[in-house]
Design a protein around this ligand. Structure first.
Ligand code: PMP
Length: 694
């Protein structure tokens, strides 16, 4: 049941007035009388300059390792901070949204995504167990509990007080030693400065680092036994009005962190003013994300979102092995490649070992665009030709030269079409294209368009320099190439003297599951392969891999220098990513979880008339939505709606395809079967919504 006082506070808040007006009088009285209060722990502890321990969602004290949910590790970390500051006391802030409360015990079910109670309503004083705790002013024992069941603050005592004018309020002392509460009785008078308990050990308080949780309460809401110590961020104003800042009792200025200050709206306003407007933001209501851990991204209030679409943070956000490798090298040396260094050669060898012969030479660059630019230059230098054949709907990068070979851009808004040195071939999509299915006949038929493109180039008296194709089509709408497509197309291109470039910027590094490189699923060996996104797990590192023959032709006297490409930090990061993929068996995970996800997504066809096609391989999947199964009219508005709704359920996915009607799934490849099930369960709920029934 909801307490009437709480309901009133919520209604007042909704009307834009002070939710709990009497708190104001209590705070004013406390401020006036501050000098007369007794210290709640040994005055000497408070007198030193105790450090604030940052437990906010984006605290730099925590990485993405298991520490967040490992109380012993958290305790060590907190006490190390105190030791470094030379203090026996550490302060945990009031009104701080904390990453440690993103555990199940703090999860509140709602109609949409669960909300985690992350906002700390007390002030923590971390110190050794056994330290005595004193009443800050006189009052009576209102209640106490000496069991450890309450996750929010374990063994607790609540004292009742009154201001001079008789306004009642309470002080709560949590995480005490259970036995220290023996002998207390409700109603018992307590003097200012009287010992009321001692600080409990970690074992007594649910594993938390030993500390006093001090909280002020102006209305107990008839739930004194389990009064919350942390609150839902959506109810932050109401709860912080009910529980004022206990800093006033200690004479400590622990100004609440400024998480409330720069909300999404304000950031949007600054972006609009100072960042180019051609930079877009996802979702109708943008998200502010301050932390990534494994498969999840967290908002500034610690609300988790399962990342279903970031194929850059391939082995999981902020993977500790990758972070450590980058940090270690960053602290030692980062410079360009004109000095000898082990990292670049070790990485080159490790990376190239994953490629079939004769792909044995690599060039390191910093982005997928740089990789594709370099690939084009190599192809042109090697062949002495200029014309490029590209696939309709493709995206290969952000430079002018790459926009020219990216129909996704040059045929889209603001585009001016393909220049005359570009030949665009029909997208080999077995669902929407002219040849149906993903079997070999379809693959051979689509490769025929490449042959005709070569013929068009030859009519002008020229020859093709290169054919560039993603090994699975991304911006094209998560399209799986039909069998035999690359084999046949490569045959045509090579017969005309051109080179074949596989763009693996999206799909490489084990994502396909069955193979490390997605081109391998087509049974081909390209002449040039471009790599990017997943390669550095978010660190900007990319590469071009090619044959000695092409690399030698490119060595025509003009040096290729790239200031950042192949630097020792990038190579350390790249090596760590390969290590993690291999040691954690992530390619196999992509295969198994991808197959399961594809199977579950396929069942959506029976549940919604919007689902036209479900396709992909490994953890690179797409669901194409149509309003008519005969005309294949795209359901783009519905796809955008579904993405936004999925966000409300706590899942991040996006849309793609030239018609913007394909739901795109390409999560970090640590994605688990449980993640896949949770995501499809949420999709089922969204597809069942009234507005999507036609
Ligand atoms: N190729 C493909 C297939 C891509 O998807 C992208 C990026 N979306 C690029 C190249 C360009 O990579 P970057 O953004 O790192 O320059």
């Amino acid at each position: 049941p909801i307490s009437p006082d709480f309901a009133e506070a919520c209604f007042r808040d909704a009307c834009g007035v002070d939710p709990v007006p009497r708190s104001r009088a209590v705070i004013a009285w406390l401020k006036e009388n501050q000098a007369s209060f007794a210290p709640v722990v040994d005055a000497a502890l408070l007198a030193g300059d105790p450090p604030v321990i940052d437990l906010s969602v984006d605290t730099p004290l925590l990485g993405a390792g298991p520490e967040k949910d490992d109380a012993a590790a958290m305790t060590r970390m907190i006490f190390r901070e105190m030791e470094d500051a030379g203090s026996r006391l550490g302060i945990g802030r009031y009104n701080e949204a904390r990453v440690i409360y993103t555990a199940d015990a703090f999860k509140v079910a709602t109609d949409m995504a669960p909300e985690y109670r992350t906002v700390h309503l007390g002030l923590d004083l971390f110190t050794r167990p056994g330290e005595p705790v004193y009443a800050f002013m006189g009052g009576r024992v209102h209640s106490f509990r000496n069991n450890t069941a309450c996750q929010d603050y374990g063994p607790t005592i609540i004292l009742s007080h009154e201001t001079d004018s008789g306004i009642p309020f309470y002080s709560l002392y949590g995480h005490l030693a259970a036995t220290s509460l023996d002998g207390l009785k409700p109603g018992m008078p307590i003097r200012a400065g009287q010992t009321i308990g001692t600080i409990g050990t970690a074992t007594e308080n649910g594993g938390w680092a030993p500390h006093l949780h001090l909280q002020l309460i102006t209305d107990l809401l008839e739930q004194d036994g389990d009064f919350p110590g942390v609150a839902r961020p959506s109810q932050r104003r109401v709860w912080t009005a009910l529980c004022p800042d206990p800093g006033v009792v200690l004479g400590l200025d622990t100004a609440p962190p400024d998480v409330e200050v720069r909300k999404a709206d304000e950031l949007m306003a600054i972006r609009r003013r100072h960042l180019g407007k051609s930079l877009s933001v996802s979702y109708d209501t943008p998200l502010k994300i301050v932390r990534g851990m494994g498969g999840f991204l967290y908002t500034e209030t610690g609300q988790p979102y399962l990342d279903g679409v970031n194929n850059v943070c391939h082995v999981g956000h902020c993977h500790p092995t990758v972070v450590a490798a980058g940090g270690r090298q960053m602290a030692v040396l980062n410079t360009n490649t004109r000095y000898l260094h082990d990292n670049i050669v070790d990485y080159a060898r490790r990376l190239l070992a994953t490629f079939p012969d004769p792909l044995s030479v690599c060039f390191f660059v910093c982005s997928g665009s740089e990789a594709n630019e370099l690939a084009l230059r190599m192809a042109r230098t090697h062949t002495g030709q200029c014309d490029i054949i590209t696939v309709d709907g493709a995206y290969h990068g952000n430079t002018q030269g790459l926009v020219d070979i990216s129909p996704y851009k040059h045929d889209g808004p603001g585009g001016t079409g393909a220049p005359d040195w570009v030949q665009t071939v029909v997208m080999p999509c077995g669902y929407r294209g002219p040849h149906k299915g993903t079997g070999t006949p379809s693959g051979i038929a689509y490769a025929g368009y490449v042959k005709r493109a070569i013929e068009r180039i030859e009519i002008g008296g020229r020859k093709p320099a290169a054919f560039i194709c993603e090994s699975m089509l991304g911006c094209g709408g998560q399209v799986l190439l039909p069998d035999g497509y690359l084999r046949t197309a490569f045959g045509h291109v090579r017969a005309a003297g051109g080179v074949c470039i596989a763009d693996e910027v999206q799909v490489g590094f084990g994502r396909a599951g069955t193979h490390f490189w997605a081109f391998e699923t087509q049974g081909v060996v390209p002449d040039i392969v471009t790599l990017g996104k997943p390669m550095g797990n978010g660190h900007p590192v990319a590469a071009v891999v090619t044959t000695p023959e092409i690399a030698n032709a490119f060595n025509n006297g003009m040096e290729y220098f790239n200031t950042y490409g192949g630097n020792p930090v990038s190579c350390a990061v790249g090596l760590a990513v390969l290590d993690v993929i291999q040691s954690e068996g992530l390619q196999e995970n992509a295969r198994q979880v991808g197959a399961h996800l594809l199977e579950r997504l396929s069942t959506l066809k029976d549940k919604s008339r919007l689902v036209g096609d479900v396709r992909g391989l490994g953890l690179y999947l797409g669901v194409e939505l149509v309003t008519d199964h005969d005309t294949l009219a795209p359901a783009a508005d519905e796809a955008a709606y579904i993405c936004n709704r999925m966000k409300e359920y706590g899942f991040l996915i996006s849309t793609d395809g030239p018609l913007h009607n394909v739901l795109k799934l390409k999560p970090p490849i640590i994605f688990s079967k449980a993640n896949a099930d949770a995501l499809v369960d949420a999709l089922e709920k969204v597809f069942a919504e009234d507005c999507l029934q036609g």
